[in-house]
Design a protein around this ligand. Structure first.
Ligand SMILES: [Zn+2]
Length: 239
């Protein structure tokens, strides 16, 4: 009797194809209808995401931006964040247009790049940069947690989202100077009740600008005995 195995995937392809015809999904950047093998972003837009390749360089600009500020084991940003480009549009949708699935997509594609990097030091867990509960309620979710979830899925790592707590809620940082941003966040974080010693923690955030928020997070996490801290962000905003 012939095996059914080769037939089932063909039926699944046929069914997925029919679903995408009946209920088309559109690219979150250019608006083109997606085919059944694409998710959230069409292939041309995905290929236009400008990779930094920092992950392969141990003295990359992200690492350098923390020199003299806080000790960091490994740090990288995966894509350049530039005005008018795909990543800026996606992060805008994630933060201001209630598109949480964009966060997981960005987390997954970033982690796939990390997996291909020979020097990527496998941390013990991922720590999303926390939002204040009020801000999280206003947005509906923490975008860094969604990015961390996408990364965790690919890297097969746990997420600890109660280890770092945000104490203050202050207005947006976007129009502030470097000094004002630091003043705004320097005391913003505290350790949660449970924090295991001697662990390698990897902070996850959407975009690195001045690094003030991540520096404040690192200083707080450094209070954990034997903690080793790394940083990964999806975007890198050149100054
Ligand atoms: Zn597109």
């Amino acid at each position: 009797m012939p095996s059914l195995k080769p037939i089932i995937p063909r039926w699944r392809d046929w069914w997925d194809g029919l679903l995408s015809l009946l209920f088309p999904e559109y690219c979150r950047h250019c608006g083109q209808a997606l085919n059944q093998h694409e998710q959230f972003l069409c292939r041309p837009c995905l290929s236009r995401l400008p990779a930094t390749h920092f992950e392969n360089n141990p003295v990359n600009p992200v690492v350098q931006s923390f020199w003299g500020r806080v000790p960091v084991d490994y740090a990288t940003s995966l894509y350049h964040f530039r005005k008018g480009e795909v990543l800026q549009n996606l992060l805008h949708q994630l933060k201001y247009r209630n598109q949480p699935e964009v966060g997981q997509l960005l987390g997954r594609i970033s982690a796939q790049r990390l997996l291909r990097c020979r020097d990527f030091p496998r941390p013990d867990c991922l720590i999303p940069v926390p939002l204040h509960p009020l801000k999280e309620k206003q947005r509906g979710y923490n975008q860094s947690l969604l990015i961390a979830r996408g990364m965790a899925e690919v890297l097969q790592l746990p997420i600890m989202d109660q280890l770092l707590i945000r104490r203050h809620y202050k207005p947006s940082q976007t129009r502030k100077t470097r000094y004002e941003r630091w003043e705004n966040v320097k005391d913003a974080f505290a350790l949660g009740p449970a924090h295991p010693d001697h662990t390698h923690l990897m902070l996850v955030d959407d975009v690195l600008t001045t690094g003030a928020t991540l520096e404040a997070c690192c200083r707080t996490l450094n209070q954990i005995p034997g903690a080793k801290i790394s940083i990964v962000t999806v975007g890198f905003a050149s100054k």
